[in-house]
Design a protein around this ligand. Sequence first.
Ligand code: FAD
Length: 356
Amino acid sequence: MTEQEKRIVVIGAGIMGASLAYHLARKGARVTVVDAEGIASGVTGHSFAWINTSSSEPDPIAPLRSAAIEAYHQLETELPGLTVQWTGALSYGEMTSAAPSAASNPPVANRLSRAQILDLEPNLKHPPESASYAPAEGALDPMATTQALIAGAQAHGAKVLTRTPVHGLAIRHAKVIGVETAMGIIEADLVVVAAGTGITKLTDRLEMPLPIEASPALLIRYKTQPNRVRTLISSPEMEVRQTAQGALLAAEDYLDDTTENQPDAIALRTAKAIQDALHGVVAIEPEWACVGLRPMPADGIPIIGYLPKVAGVYVCAAHPGITLAAIVGRLASEEIIDGEVSSALGPCRPDRFFRD
Ligand SMILES: Cc1cc2nc3c(=O)[nH]c(=O)nc-3n(C[C@H](O)[C@H](O)[C@H](O)COP(=O)(O)OP(=O)(O)OC[C@H]3O[C@@H](n4cnc5c(N)ncnc54)[C@H](O)[C@@H]3O)c2cc1C
């Protein structure tokens, strides 16, 4: 059997698992995607989905972020159902956002004056003195994108099993040989664990618990007037963008469990903040507001690569997972199939948690 003919089970049909499945199947691997629920049924389906390549702090994954946009452009040429809204992103003030942080003046961004800001976003009632604008950034429909990646994987022969929880990894002689499901063991030469916040439970059973927290954040969808927001605005008052279909999306921090901070209550407060910030928002009606659980590695750096001590398992957990899914899928598939070790993935290796 050649490396290309490897039988690979990917656990998780979120954007990360879907991207891995697509890139692996495209290289000729015999891929089976297994998900406990459905496609994009995890946090992916509740994501603000900003392809945000900026970072305000020294960033060990800067090379990954800087390749993220090109990787999506490449996918757009390969997959007809995958389109990104390349609107650019406007950031100002001190951010308290649910989405990944934006730097005040990142290298990918230009500094704009108030007049330039108004050219871009004429509906802003209180434009700041200056803002940072990342023209190459954009946002995507996470559900449609994940479905397009899965369809692309299927076009290259991948099988997809939904409503199939994986209860554990099957091991023989210190090697994982497949996944345990209610239908029995699905055998594999390699298991790729892209199960989001479900990863820790699966790796616990190998006695290699990976420290991935379930970090809550809120996504709200509103019905409102079209063309209120042209770019993606990230400010202290709001983090908003308007979809191609006209819905207004807002990302908010999860605060706590109290009545005043329930999703519906935050949705009403955020609606008021949006009306105060934008001209022409005559009516704004929350359609839904829900909490998504982001897979957040304890040290904030993605966890990508082979598990140490046991053969046959490759793990993939990242925040910001939407931003990184395309590039991680590509680089991980090159490691797995072509044996090309990626230096950009170097800081992400799981063995950093198991050194004595
Ligand atoms: C409000 C909000 C805003 C966000 N904004 C951004 C943003 O602007 N930009 C950005 O890059 N990221 C953003 N994120 C984060 C981003 O959505 C996630 O990082 C990304 O979606 C993670 O994808 P995933 O495929 O790893 O996980 P998931 O989408 O959770 O997929 C994991 C899948 O694994 C399955 N699974 C779990 N356990 C098992 C098991 N035992 N057996 C079988 N299947 C299993 C689940 O059913 C699920 O479908 C945001 C998140 C939220 C909540």
